[in-house]
Design a protein around this ligand. Sequence first.
Ligand code: SIN
Length: 485
Amino acid sequence: MSLTQSKVELKKYLMHINGEWTGKDLDQLEVTNPANGRAVGTVPNGGEAEANEAIEAAHEAFQTWSQLTVYERGGYLKKLHQSILNHEEELAQIMTAEMGKPIKESRGEVGYSATFIEWYAEEGKRIYGETIPSHVGNKRMQVWKKPVGVVAAITPWNFPLAMLARKMGPALAAGCTIVIKPSSESPLSAVKLVELCEEVGFPKGVINLVTGSSSKIGKAIMENDKVRKITFTGSTEVGKTLIKQSADQVKRLSMELGGHAPLIVLDDANVDTAVKGALDSKFRNTGQTCVCANRIYVQSGIHDEFVEKFAAAVKKLKVGNGADDTIEVGPLINQSGLEKVVHHVDDALAKGAKLEAGGERISLDGGTFYAPTVISNVDPEMIVMQEETFGPVAPIQKIESIEEAVALANDTPYGLAAYVFTESVAKGTKLIEQLNFGIVGWNDGLPSAAQAPFGGMKESGIGKEGGHEGLEAYLESQYVAIGLD
Ligand code: SIN
């Protein structure tokens, strides 16, 4: 077997509803590897009927799952955590085959996913509620915590395992049951994860998975009043539709939406730290994360040195089929993802940007590859500085001052992540205080972690995932006033 041949066998994957594997008689959707266009598996093309069945099963299971102690629920999650680690290689191979992520990153994502399950297995034990001092002697005042109910988790293709784990861990720890709708581009990792959930013995109906038509499954989720919460990671456009549709039943929402992250390098930055941070943030998952640096602002005193060192490092990145252990940048998820990248670079070059590295498609085995690209001399009029590119393109604009950096960085409807590189505590603190972004990496290109809140301001989302806020998102507060007379 050559290094770049996928180790994943073509397989018919199924949906999981009420403890049964189902959907083999439905039409099947093919999942293809973007590195070469070859089929890696199929999933059933489910719709409203299957989604409603899954919701009923989750509703039924909620009656008992929510009554277990947090220690019992945590016990299931701990077993799942171990099982994910035991299946690291298999999960990583599936992920790379279905969406192209370099295998080293897929292995990293499996570990990252496991941390969410482990952390919430423990954090569930700290669902405390509150006692509030009463203003009168014959009353006691308390806040009790209750799980919100059945949760629909709609997950994206770019982190097919981690984004599911980040939702599933806190939802299950809180006592909710779940209906999963994975992206049709990369549903296989989610199916494999649900297989592991079954193996470790989660009761039937607690975890259900429906594959297929987003619009039909989405309709059932929105119209069925047994679904009390939607947790979604994806584009701001789809998020806005879900927010509107959820209004009729006032469903609870967690929305992790688009980003347009600025990365700011000040004159006093350690240039090697800044180059490493920019590489980590920009080229992770081939530039296809919501928190990828999308526009780089470098102060004039360090600009030329940064551009030279960064472009030199980018030219060394190895592009190809992610199944090869040495690959650092894989394919774009599909043809339209590739065309968007081409359009952004062409537009910038036509408007006067300077190409420092890359700037071209790479023909390789029929895959959707684009060379890791650096362009300098960009300005805010270029599309690449206005929209999320979601690809391996780093546009660099020279700036003079912190004030200019703040004005440019905040001039967007998005507010997910930002990055700041400076050795000065005073400058960094003042700069970050003015940035309207939910996550900031200061001399750090990879800030995400299970125990920290992840989520955006403005049109980048509602609520946080990760950390204690990620658990709160699956709980209702019930205020109880107790009269003692
Ligand atoms: C995302 O791109 O949505 C997730 C990235 C992360 O968890 O760091």
